[in-house]
Design a protein around this ligand. Sequence first.
Ligand code: GAF
Length: 363
Amino acid sequence: MNEVREWRVPGRVNLIGEHLDYNGGAVLPIAIDRALSIKIRVRDDGAVNVWSGGRRASFAASVAPGDVTDWSSYVAAAVWASREAGIAVPGADIVVESTLPTGAGLSSSAALTCGIAAALDELAGTGRSRVELARIGQRAESDFVGAPVGLMDQLAVLCCEADHALHIDFAADEPSLTAVPATWPAAGLAVAVIDTHAHHELASGEYGARRDECTRAAEQLGLSLLAQAQVDAVLKLEDDVLKRRTRHVVTESVRVRGAVKALNAGEWTQFGTMLTASHESLRDDYQVSSPELDVAVESALESGALGARMTGGGFGGSAIALLPAEAVDGLRSRVAARFAALDWAAPDVFVVTPTAGAHRVRR
Ligand code: GAF
């Protein structure tokens, strides 16, 4: 009987720097203490069996895009992308359990694809770097599932360190990664996630549309990536939509720089101001927020948050708030009341702490 190995793979919250990864900008995620457990053992018969949430799926280890379209498609995608990258095992039994909500914009997809890739890499003994594994996870999502994502989520779930945020700069071909100490708990503060339950879906088209708009804006400005734009770039564009997208990318890049400085210095009021300004830019210029996310952010600010914003791709999903730890219960009640007044189900509100990226659980 082949040995069972277990991996713990966290979700992520991006503190700031939204929709900048594919534009060559910088981002600042943390891995969170909500995670997937992936148990895996090699099979010798070419089959992959997956169990999760009381369901079971099976497909061949030689699976290709289009072969699997049900709930297990992200696992199939990871198996395919790993094989394409030269990481192959004959077959596998895989059991996935989770404390990470799906569709909440907390990177459950990246956790799954990157966790499978990391586990297969270890079993096959191929020794790929974390950045290489992240690219495999990205390829699984874009070329198998059809979600044209950037590389932030994969790097976050693989490379974050406990008690640190990860400053990732995508300006060069190889991303640069710098851990920044996350000291807000010592200052009596908490980062709370507000999961609105409004489903977030990256393959649905709007995400790809934003990417295309940024590509067009960069082309019109003569740039290879939109984050290379200077502050006067908006004046050089004629199309109002492209002006808005560019204004978000330019101003968000400035906010990330300010937020990294504020985080390093423990300047929490300043850090919070950046978060809220980021939300306003995503709402008004990038236009990826939703009514639920806007009400969640308003509720957080009314509850004494220093700052709040949507996190991740948007169009539903989760918001985050930086607030005094003792204000979290008040936020939970207020956001539930504001949602109830609109006939929306109460969101989940939970505190997250910065945790380590994917790792093998020693047993
Ligand atoms: C999603 C994508 F997967 C990321 O690559 C990133 O673009 C993010 O949206 C927006 O910052 O999570």
